[in-house]
Write a protein that binds this ligand. Structure first.
Ligand SMILES: Nc1ncnc2c1ncn2[C@@H]1O[C@H](COP(=O)(O)OP(=O)(O)OP(=O)(O)O)[C@@H](O)[C@H]1O
Ligand SMILES: [Mg+2]
Length: 638
């Protein structure tokens, strides 16, 4: 029978090290966090051999007295918390009193420190589980910690380390996260004697972010007790996976898939699924609304109300991004029917959202009042006022004129300059209408219809001549954008014309998809897709939007259902832009479709009528422009 024994503290420490110190970067994280907790203004990190041979972290913080220094390397010794209550409101990075003894137990460790009140400092040396040795030492105020031969006494761990290049990369990445958390501190990283990164003291988060990511869109907002400040890249710079997106909760760099997804979804239809922007999101909320003690490396936190945080993040970012990118204002959020415009007005997306309200809008308690500001907006968001009228105007035009591409050839085809009234009445966009700022449409300022179509190349690109340069358009992306816009306008005005199929089409689908159809048949019909449930795994398709007549109805229905079900059980209304983008993709001219001159020219004119025409609904750029000057330089004429 095995005997139960209490492990000696050194061994307990080594076992704990498995969780806290996974690789050099995790040790560097602990050491730099300690330096920041000690109020350092400058922290220098040096590594050799990817950090395995040596990690040295030097700070000019408070330092420690000799007695404190000896205590600091014992387990569960901390200056940062006194009672379990303190943990609820912890503002420092550290609180467990674990990091130093843990690192010391798996390395050759030395600590040199002096506090400003002491004339001499102390040096303490620990090798693995051996007893620490302390001696007086001269030192500048602050602390230097050296960690050599990481895992020298845990060979199994060492085997899991990667190349020194990879480990060094993780170290730099970790310090960058901490630099973003503490803009006022100067941090440096040197590798094998060479300075590889440096973040000079910055006066704001924004300035610090710009040392890391050059061009970002600043988004700021508050919801109840939650403050959000984010700096995100434009959709063209999106990446597959969320690795370029940093989330900082109360200054802690954390991972959170749901939050990252909310950030991506805030881009609406211009980001394809699975793609994420790069950038930094700062979330600040009262300490008691977030538990930081849930992960050994403190790389995750738990929110008291994760849904409220996600919804708030989404709504703040979506609003800011919509106006920065001239996107349609997305629909996710908690809008109550009371907040809707007079019944005579065409429905807004918010109203459409109310048709199938998000589950959270059904009177679920909102203990922190996170949505006080959202429930009943007194005035629509600025970007909404600039967009909705646009849709109203055009949607009626689309509805009455069967909306073929050639409709856009009408000379009144609105081209936005912000100066001329463009609608028939002129009222909505007239000059000097202070309440309605000029719609942020088509930033490129290109009057597409003024381009001269030259040729279609590779049956994919349209080459055009403009006054200022050579334009190459992706025909599929452009057609998709036009179709998306028309579908959306029709949807908003509830005038989606449908085309009945000659014979209903039976489709085998997943039970989830069948359930979705059952629950949302009306909403699907509003999109122009008449789907009905027939059995637990069978649905029948009866009609498709007339605008999509040319598409394969089965593919269209399957693509749409897959997209909506992938949206992860979110309310249908939240996925409308995605659904429309999916539909537009099916119905559009494809790469490889030959286009006649008339078709190409009609497409160009139609682009003038579209929001955000520089991008297809999936966020790919539609057009590439080479200014004449650049062309001339390239061929050596200038
Ligand atoms: N660079 C430093 N400057 C000043 N004091 C330090 C420094 N590093 C550590 N200390 C002191 O040593 C104590 C122990 O540090 P350690 O990292 O082990 O625990 P902690 O930071 O309190 O909690 P955690 O284990 O969560 O990091 C700290 O509470 C702090 O008082
Ligand atoms: Mg610590």
């Amino acid at each position: 029978v095995p005997k139960v024994t209490v492990l000696p503290p050194e061994l307990a420490s080594q076992i704990a090290a498995g969780e806290v110190v996974e690789r050099p970067a995790s040790a560097v994280k602990e050491l730099v966090e300690n330096a920041l907790d000690a109020g350092a203004q400058r922290v220098d990190v040096e590594i050799e051999g990817g950090g395995v041979t040596l990690m040295r972290v030097r700070d000019d913080g408070a330092g420690m007295s000799p007695e404190d220094a000896l205590l600091a390397i014992q387990r569960h010794a901390t200056s940062k918390l006194r009672s379990i209550e303190d943990l609820r409101t912890i503002a420092s990075f550290g609180f467990r009193g674990e990091a130093l003894p843990t690192i010391a137990s798996v390395s050759r460790f030395s600590l040199r420190t002096r506090s400003r009140e002491h004339d001499t400092g102390v040096e303490i040396v620990v090798a693995g589980t051996a007893a620490p040795e302390a001696r007086p030492a001269s030192a500048a105020p602050g602390t230097v910690i050296e960690v050599r031969d990481l895992f020298f006494n845990v060979p199994a761990r060492r085997k899991f380390l990667r190349s020194s290049g990879t480990e060094a990369g993780h170290v730099v990445d970790t310090v960058e996260g901490l630099a973003l958390a503490s803009p006022g501190v100067t941090l440096t990283v040197s590798r094998d004697g060479r300075r590889v990164r440096e973040w000079l003291r910055a006066s704001s988060r924004e300035e610090r972010v710009h040392a890391v990511e050059e061009e970002t869109i600043a988004c700021r907002g508050e919801r109840g007790p939650l403050m959000i400040e984010a700096f995100l890249t434009r959709p063209e710079q999106a990446r597959t996976g969320a690795s370029g997106l940093r989330l900082l909760v109360n200054g802690r760099s954390i991972r959170d898939r749901a939050l990252a997804l909310s950030v991506a979804q805030a881009y609406g239809s211009v980001l394809e699924r699975g793609r994420y922007p790069r950038g930094v999101v700062y979330l600040d909320l009262p300490f008691e609304l977030v538990d930081v003690n849930v992960h050994p490396q403190k790389a995750e936190v738990r929110f008291a109300d994760p849904r409220a945080v996600n919804d708030a993040l989404y709504s703040v970012l979506a609003k800011a991004l919509a106006s920065a990118l001239a996107l349609p204002v997305p629909s996710r959020g908690r809008w109550t029917p009371a907040a809707q415009p007079a019944p005579a007005a065409p429905p807004t997306l918010q109203e459409a959202a109310a048709v199938t309200p998000a589950p959270s809008a059904t009177g679920e308690p909102d203990p922190w009042g996170l949505f006080g500001g959202l429930a009943a907006p007194t005035s629509p968001p600025a970007s909404a006022s600039s967009h909705e009228p646009t849709h109203v105007e055009r949607s009626s035009a689309v509805a009455t004129e069967a909306a073929t591409v050639s409709n856009a050839t009408a000379p009144s085809s609105p081209r936005l300059t912000g100066r001329e009234p463009v609608s028939a009445s002129g009222a909505l966009w007239s000059v000097g209408e202070a309440a309605a700022p000029a719609p942020l449409r088509d930033r490129s300022g290109v009057a597409w219809h003024e381009l001269t179509f030259i040729a279609q190349v590779r049956q994919t690109y349209l080459v055009c001549e403009g006054a200022d340069g050579l334009y190459v358009l992706d025909q599929h992306a452009a057609a998709e954008r036009v179709l998306f816009h028309r579908l959306r306008a029709a949807f908003l005005s509830r005038t989606v014309a449908t085309q009945a199929l000659l014979f209903p089409l039976a489709l085998e689908v997943s039970t989830e998809e069948a359930g979705f159809v059952e629950a949302h048949a009306d909403a699907l019909l509003a999109l122009g897709v008449d789907l009905r449930t027939r059995g637990a795994r069978t649905v029948t398709l009866h009609a498709v939007p007339r605008l999509l007549e040319r598409s394969n109805p089965e593919e269209l229905a399957r693509g749409l259902l897959a997209e909506l079900c992938r949206s992860g059980g979110r309310a249908f209304s939240e996925a409308i832009d995605l659904a429309l983008a999916q539909l537009a993709c099916h119905g559009s001219v494809r790469a490889g479709d030959p286009l006649t001159r008339e078709e190409a020219e009609a497409l160009l004119r139609a682009l003038d009528d579209v929001d955000f025409s520089g991008f297809c609904p999936h966020g790919r750029p539609v057009v590439m422009v080479t200014p004449w000057g650049e062309l001339e330089r390239k061929v050596g004429r200038r």
